[in-house]
Design a protein. Structure first.
Length: 71
């Protein structure tokens, strides 16, 4: 069972992450929310894939190390 406030990334592309973020924001309606990001990819070159997403993230959230900050 997944932990609360955790997003699991498995070879996920930017738009898919944006959809998940939008879903969490709509569901929880937070003013500010921090969730853990866990990359459970089995491929070593993708293990830090979430870090590479930071350059193209939409303005209302960002990924910092292993956390996603919602504003």
């Amino acid at each position: 069972m997944a932990s609360p406030n955790t997003i699991y990334l498995v070879m996920i592309i930017n738009i898919k992450l944006e959809e998940k973020v939008g879903f969490f924001k709509k569901l929880l309606n937070p003013k500010k929310l921090t969730v853990n990001v866990i990359d459970n990819s089995t491929q070593s070159h993708l293990q830090n894939f979430f870090v590479d997403l930071t350059a193209e993230l939409i303005a209302n959230y960002h990924i910092n190390q292993k956390e996603v900050i919602f504003f």
